[in-house]
Design a protein around this ligand. Structure first.
Ligand code: URA
Length: 246
């Protein structure tokens, strides 16, 4: 069991990795990787679709009109961005805001899964069809299942999954906005529930680790000496403001 601080450090490493990602062609057209932002130990996490133009420019999720609505809805239930973590299915903007493609979702899903594993939210709100279908592993559309919480095992953990309409869709349809608002209003009660029972952990069988993969004592000593001397270990500078981890 790792501490919140250890998980946060690991999340920063995933952030560094994602920041230079060239696993799919979106890396050629993006300006910035939008990793996600918020509280690295949040109980509540939102998963949207993909960055748009504003997000691509700033590197932060949900900073356009849809983001303003998300802020407002959070405010109505007494929460702020700093209380939650906000991420997307895709970390890079699809050109012209087109829909994410299956191959892009597949290539990017490892980042989202590591975020979920490290942040360990109790409740995950999927925003719109793409994140709902991905995290439920089922093609049922959002209009059929929004507002219906369910316990799902995602990776190693059980979470309460709560599908919601995407705020961008609600911007233009009043009835959808009212539905989204009513669904949002149920979040405090959901967050107050006990976390769902976790699946039994199966102890991994002891593996033989190849010699080269084992950190040698000299490496660790060198690392400790560098740390004591204040030498930055990671060649990438961690910018917590950009990352938005609090
Ligand atoms: N829409 C999304 O799904 N994500 C963003 O970050 C912005 C708009």
């Amino acid at each position: 069991m790792s501490t919140a601080l250890e998980r946060r450090e690991q999340l920063k490493q995933v952030f560094h990795e994602a920041s230079g990602c060239i696993r799919c062609p979106l890396s050629e057209t993006r300006t910035t990787v939008v990793f996600g932002a918020g509280n690295a130990d949040a109980d509540l996490m939102f998963v949207g679709e993909a960055p748009g133009a504003n997000e691509d420019r700033t590197g932060l999720p949900f900073v356009g009109q849809a983001g303003k609505l998300l802020d407002q809805l959070l405010g109505e239930i007494g929460l702020e961005r700093d209380n939650v973590f906000i991420a997307n299915v895709l970390k890079c903007r699809p050109p012209g805001n087109r829909d994410p493609r299956p191959a892009e979702i597949e290539t990017c899903r490892g980042y989202l899964h590591r975020q979920l594993e490290l942040i360990q939210p109790r409740v995950i709100c999927t925003l719109g069809n793409f994140s709902t279908k991905l995290l439920r592993g089922d093609p049922t559309g959002i209009s059929r299942i929004h507002g219906q919480p369910e316990v799902r095992v995602i990776g190693p953990r059980a979470v309460r999954l709560f599908p919601l309409y995407h705020p961008a869709a609600a911007l233009y349809t009043r009835s959808m906005l009212e539905t989204l608002r009513a669904d949002f209003a149920r979040l405090p009660e959901m967050l107050a529930l006990e976390p769902p029972p976790q699946p039994q952990l199966v102890e991994p069988l002891a593996e033989t680790v190849p010699e080269a993969a084992v950190e040698q004592p000299e490496d660790l000593l060198e690392e400790a000496a560098e740390q004591a001397a204040g030498v930055e270990q990671d060649p990438l500078v961690v910018d917590d403001d950009q990352l938005g981890l609090f």
